[in-house]
Design a protein around this ligand. Sequence first.
Ligand code: BGC
Length: 730
Amino acid sequence: MVKIFCLFFITLLSINLSAQDKPLYKDANQSIEKRIEDLLSRMTPEEKAMQLNQYTLGRNDNANNMADPVNDIPAEIGSLIYFSSDPALRNQVQKKAMEKSRLGIPVIFGYDVIHGYRTVYPISLGQACSWNPELVKKACAVAAQEARMSGVDWTFSPMIDVARDGRWGRVAEGYGEDPYTNAVFSVASVKGYQGDDISGNKNVAACLKHYVGYGASEAGRDYVYTEISKQTLWDTYMLPYEEGVKAGAATLMSCFNDISGTPGTANRYILTEVLKNRWGHDGFVVSDWGAIEQLRSQGVAKDKKEAALKAFTAGVEMDMMNRCYDNHLAELVKEGKVSEEQLNEAVRRVLRVKFRLGLFENPYTPVTTEQERFLLAESMKIAEKLAEESIVLLKNEDKALPLSNVKKIAVVGPMAKSQWHLLGSWRAQGNAEDAVSIYKGLENEFEGKAQLQYAEGCDFEGDDRSKFEEAKTVAKDADVIIVCLGEKAQWSGENASRSTLSLPQIQEDLVKELHNLGKPVILVLSGGRPLELTRLEKLSDAMLEIWQPGIAGGNPLAGIISGRINPSGKLSITFPYSTGQIPIYYNHRQSARTHQGKYQDIPSTPLYEFTHGLSYTTFEYGDIKLSSDKIRKGDKLSAEITVTNTGDMDGAETVHWFIRDPVSTISRPVKELKHFEKQMLKKGETKTFRFDIDLFKDLGFVNGEGDRFLETGEYQIIVKDKKMKVEIVE
Ligand code: BGC
């Protein structure tokens, strides 16, 4: 009997002991919220403050953000920017956090995986020209998989800053000038990165950036002031964030810019009142690199401590490379300037994302070889398809393209053999050697069909015309001249503004000389922004914008040139007639005198409008059919249009649906994109495109407080030059 009792007692004790050994926060069967509270209850203010900091790890080759790797990384650090792609290094540092910190809280490793990790695909501005969010979602899923398998849990992407000034180098990183387009791709990329569940070992947490208004940087310069009225904040800049939050984005990044006197990083209205209280976001906000300490330069904080106080109380939970929170937060709590509950709430948000990522259960990254992770056949296919659909045929006079019956092709220009520049900025772990140059793509495509002759012609910039003669000699001997021009990778991206959208004079002069030879000239343009092509357009028979296409590089382009592929890309940003027209974008508000207010020296219309893009086939549009032309506010409305492929090649067409509200309480844009759909049409085929109109969302407007209204009266539904009226009655 005594024996049995002893056994019972010992069993009870051991159950109790193991329960004590394994605190609740380590029990994966408990709810995340319970685990967070348990963990919080065990943390000291210092440990809490450390969770809110991000340092770097690994070789940092980001020219804008140089920092020495922190050799002695504290075991309690909340996050690291992980510049390496070696899972072993991550695991070594993670081991320290798991085993040497008192509570064993895993580190979250972040990185800029912007347009691919190793399998680099086109820059976002180009991606948007595909009008194919499904494909973008797939590409982001590839990036997520490569990154997570390499030790990255969290990407600082997507960038969804509506941008209307091509001089701003970061225009390359977003999805163009339109709020709705940015919103659609914001959702697509969040879903691609995060999948259904970020705890999977192939998904990463997304980060919507740079919240908010960074794209309005004055004069296209980086890190400067942005003047944004509340009305414009809401109707132009907020939508992509609102939609990204709804899609479940785990985190956001605060911006560098000063929004009409209150920097984004110290802006309680956007960071707390809207994001947390109104939209209910329960993840966390990381500052941009140095954005907290920069509150001093922006003139709203006298020192780092005050900067920490302002950013923290505004709603920035994590400090990226400012060393403000680690040095001052615990002290601010002691002084009572930050309450314990405020600190808890910030830590809660960071821990929530860590729990959701499954980091407590799986802190380490399985070690795999690069071959198992990178450049997989399926990933390469997606990158190539996206590059193909991003390419925009800007001009094609007298069907100069596709090439037919050519025997000798001259390939000229500084971009022709470059691999490096095709990757663009933010190439993550991309390798230039993986990229197919334009020349190589053409060589693959025309092997056995036509002979290629190459000359560099000139450098990207400078005055050295000594290589012009060689280029002319090569070109004279050819049936067609393909001139490959554009921007160096470092001319766009962060801190890479330009004062003009023109290409350097030397590149234009090269085209002039080649044009004078009287042969067909095909211009291939690669770069990270819309260009001023007014003079080059006159000197060429066809022009193709390939953006920075990533590693697929010249392959899809060559397919388009040969006619194997029918181009389907359409511009996500306006190409101005002249840089002097900036800002120029399709959805400008209505003006007082539509017949006046024009430039005296140049046209007032752009060279290529938003959504411009040619195909090798022709599409004929039917009339818009509305389900009703008079409806009540609560009714359903839909619109349809038929499109027929009337040419002699299969091709994809994107139908863009715009709306217009001619008379409203506020002055609204001349037209606003509300829906788009891309479909493949075989030659001779007719397909119906449909827009299910949500009256409130699609026809209504937001005011300066973000409240949405739908007014009675007339509205227009617009597709190309087709227009239908609908009246909303009470
Ligand atoms: C950029 C961010 C980027 C961060 C981390 C900053 O300078 O503005 O877009 O995510 O650096 O590299």
